[in-house]
Ligand binder design. Structure first.
Ligand code: PHE
Ligand code: FE
Length: 261
């Protein structure tokens, strides 16, 4: 099923400009992330770091990643179906868009490109617990599709994998790919007084809508990747039943039961 979605990276087709765009984005983000990104992300970035000179070759990067956690990355043209996406994750294959944004799009892009997918997502896949979480998420996704609960599960991905924060002894850190790959949001998510930063709560998150066209109004904070993995280990079928009767919570709402971090 996923075979049709996977393409050759087309490494030879990248222009000097494409590599220059990667380098610019990479250096800009890498310089900003110490003290902001989770230590696990920074560690993973070191593994990717040899590719600061240009767009990584997915095969070579996959060989290193596979040694660490059994994951490989595969090239895709752009958005793929939910079913293919979940099937890939469940088999420890992470789809990465092969094209990179144009120089005039450094700060804003409507759909994920190679920089978001690779720089944003791949470092955390070097972390064993997070790597297991992502594979379990893929299996959970296939089940959610069957149960008609995709909306609930997609919110979990959004508020953890894409926009998650983690509490460390040194303070809050970012690990979500949507934040770490964005210059503006890397600052906003931690420093701006506007957004809510709430303690991770699985059922609460699966009820919460999200916005895709500007910085988040609410971030959820985990204590550890183990907490995330343990909270999501149970069978979600009864959770989905329970959530079916409940109205969605809007992205900016803070409930009495929420704990601000
Ligand atoms: N345990 C979840 C289920 O039964 C699967 C899952 C794992 C979902 C990890 C998200 C993250 O559906
Ligand atoms: Fe993403």
């Amino acid at each position: 099923m996923s075979r049709d979605a996977i393409i050759d990276q087309g490494y030879e087709a990248y222009t000097d400009q494409d590599h220059e765009t990667w380098r610019l984005l990479f250096e800009r983000q890498a310089a900003m992330l110490p003290g902001r990104a989770a230590p696990e992300f920074v560690d993973g970035l070191d593994a990717l770091g040899v590719d600061a000179g240009g767009i990584p070759n997915f095969e070579r990067l996959s060989d290193r990643l596979e040694d660490a956690t059994g994951w490989r990355i595969v090239a895709v043209q752009g958005l793929i179906s939910d079913e293919v996406f979940f099937d890939l994750l469940s088999r420890r294959r992470f789809p990465v868009t092969n094209w990179i944004r144009k120089p005039e799009q450094l700060d804003y892009l409507q759909e994920p490109d190679c920089f978001h997918d690779c720089f944003g997502h791949v470092p955390m896949l070097f972390n064993p617990v997070f790597a297991d979480y992502m594979a379990a998420y893929g299996r959970g996704g296939l089940k959610a599709l069957r149960l008609g609960a995709l909306k609930n599960l997609a919110r979990l991905y959004w508020y953890t994998v894409e926009f998650g924060l983690i509490a460390t002894p040194e303070g809050l850190r970012i690990y979500g790919a949507g934040i770490v790959s964005s210059k503006g949001e890397s600052i906003f998510a931690l420093d701006d007084p506007a957004p809510n930063r709430l303690a991770f709560d699985l059922m609460r998150i699966m009820q919460t809508d999200y916005i895709i066209d500007h910085f988040q109004q609410t971030y959820f904070v985990i204590d550890s990747y183990d907490q995330l993995f343990e909270a999501t280990r149970p069978d979600f079928s009864p959770y989905y039943d329970e959530l079916k009767g409940k109205p969605a919570i809007s992205p900016d709402t803070v409930l009495e039961t929420d704990r601000r971090v």
